[in-house]
Structures are given as structure tokens and as C-alpha cells.
Design a protein around this ligand. Structure first.
Ligand SMILES: Nc1ncnc2c1ncn2[C@@H]1O[C@H](COP(=O)(O)OP(=O)(O)OP(=O)(O)O)[C@@H](O)[C@H]1O
Length: 245
């Protein structure tokens, strides 16, 4: 039986600006992200990684091509439908956390459900914070938490809606090795345990090696891929493509 793709990017191009200052950040990219898989996206600075993530997540419009999320063409979806998808099917974790400073950890985690019009119970929210190892920090505000703890709150916030697809931009970028390992373990359990799909941008070969496969971008195109990656193999490929760019 064919595995259904959680996200499919079809011949997507994204051009910024126009005329002689135009930048083709993505140049006809086609890739499918299978359900229950974890993909790392790598490549030199400016190769289009963030643009790909943003286009696949419906945060940015494509210039050409289609993006299907859970079978639905989001390039044709209206703003209302996109908002609904972002609150239900899609989750985000960014390096800068984007937590609301005046809210406690549990209030931050409850936010996506509240925005979707739900009234989550305290027990429901606390259970997710317990999953990320923060049962004893539910009432803390972001400034009272370490960087790693804040990142785990951000992950709990992304987990609370049980999104089919999680988009993560450098999710471990600001973390020490130990916190990074914890966060990668949480992401792995989302894929293996809950069947979620992760698309993650990273510059770090060890982080990419935690994924099921790695895509390499160069000049807005997918130029290579690595299945069952190891840190060493990722570092070698990266050196090759960074040298080539
Ligand atoms: N809003 C924008 N306006 C104009 N050009 C942009 C814009 N966003 C990105 N670009 C350009 O598009 C190209 C791809 O950018 P993108 O941020 O996707 O690269 P990246 O691979 O994520 O880079 P990095 O590793 O440095 O974060 C770059 O040349 C960048 O300058």
C-alpha cells in the first residue's frame, strides 16, 4: 500500500522581488514528506531552506507550483482556511521560541487550543507539559525558565493540538547538548509514537542525523538526499555542497 504524503510540494518556485533584483529562492522544488516521517533540510546559507519550510507550511505564498497538506492544496486555500489548518493540522517550533512573556508555561501551551475556540482543561495542558518533563514548571513564565526549558514549552505548545505535521526551524539551535538531546528525543517520539510528520531545518549534522532522511538544498533546488543518516555522512555531504556553492 502506498504511504500517503503528509505534505507534498509540487514544482514550487518562490521568487522575491522583481526585475534585475529578483531572487529565485526556490526553483522548481518537488518533494513528498511521507506521513509519520522525519525529514531534515540542510544546505548552505541562502540555499532556500527557510523559504521551503515557510512555503510548505503555508506561511508564505509560492510564486509557482502547489503545496498539498493532508491532501489539500493550500496554495488555493483562502486566508480563513489557512488559519484553520495552521491551528489544527500544522504545528511550528522556531528557534526564537515565540513564547508570550507575560503568560505562564501552561497558559502558553493552552494558547493554540484557545485560539481554535476550545477551552482546554488544566489537566490536559499539564499532561503535555509533563510529557516534555516540565510538570514542576507549569506556573513559570518564560524569563524564569532556561533556554532548554523554554524550547520544551514551545514544543509542548506545538504538541498540544497533535498536529499532523510539525515544521521546525533550528529547534535545537539555542540549546546545550543535553537539552538538544532531550528535544530530539521528544521529536522522535512524536514521529514513532504518535505518527506525526516532522520537517526540520538545521545546520547541525548531529541534529540532522536524528531524522529519517536529509534533503540537501543548493541554489533553491533539492540536489541530494540521504536516508538513515549518520552524523559523519551528513557532514561529508554538507562539506561537498557547501564547497560547491
Ligand atoms: N523576504 C525576502 N525578500 C527578498 N529576498 C529574500 C527574502 N527572504 C529570503 N530571501 C532570499 O532568498 C534566498 C533564500 O533564503 P532562505 O532564508 O530561504 O535561505 P536559508 O537556506 O534558510 O538560509 P540561512 O541558512 O542563512 O538561514 C536568499 O538569497 C535570501 O536572500
Amino acid at each position: 500500500m502506498a504511504t500517503e504524503s503528509a505534505v507534498e510540494v509540487r514544482a514550487v518556485s518562490r521568487v522575491y522581488g522583481s526585475g534585475h533584483t529578483a531572487v529565485r529562492a526556490l526553483d522548481g522544488v518537488s518533494i513528498a514528506f511521507p506521513a509519520s516521517s522525519w525529514t531534515a533540510v540542510m544546505g548552505p546559507s541562502g540555499s532556500g531552506k527557510s523559504t521551503l519550510l515557510h512555503c510548505a507550511a503555508g506561511l508564505e505564498q509560492v510564486t509557482d507550483g502547489q503545496v498539498l497538506v493532508a491532501g489539500q492544496d493550500i496554495t488555493r486555500a483562502g486566508e480563513q482556511e489557512l488559519t484553520r489548518l495552521r491551528r489544527t493540522v500544522i504545528g511550528f517550533v522556531f528557534q526564537s521560541f515565540n513564547l508570550i512573556g507575560s503568560l505562564t508555561a501552561e497558559q502558553n501551551v493552552a494558547m493554540p487550543l484557545r485560539l481554535a475556540g476550545e477551552r482546554p482543561s488544566r489537566a490536559q495542558v499539564r499532561a503535555v507539559l509533563a510529557e516534555v518533563g516540565l510538570a514542576d514548571r507549569v506556573r513559570h513564565r518564560p524569563r524564569e525558565l532556561s533556554g532548554g526549558q523554554q524550547q520544551r514549552v514551545a514544543i509542548a505548545r506545538a504538541m498540544v493540538t497533535r498536529p499532523a505535521v510539525l515544521f521546525a526551524d533550528e529547534p535545537t539551535g539555542a540549546l546545550d547538548t543535553r537539552s538538544a538531546r532531550t528535544v530530539l528525543g521528544l521529536l522522535r517520539s512524536m514521529v514513532d509514537g504518535a505518527g506525526q510528520t516532522i520537517v526540520m531545518v538545521t545546520h547541525d549534522p548531529a541534529t540532522a542525523a536524528a531524522a529519517d532522511r536529509v534533503l540537501f538544498l543548493s541554489d533553491g533546488r533539492v540536489v541530494d538526499r540521504l536516508d538513515a543518516p549518520t552524523t559523519r555522512a551528513v557532514a561529508d555531504k554538507l562539506a561537498h555542497w557547501e564547497g560547491a556553492s
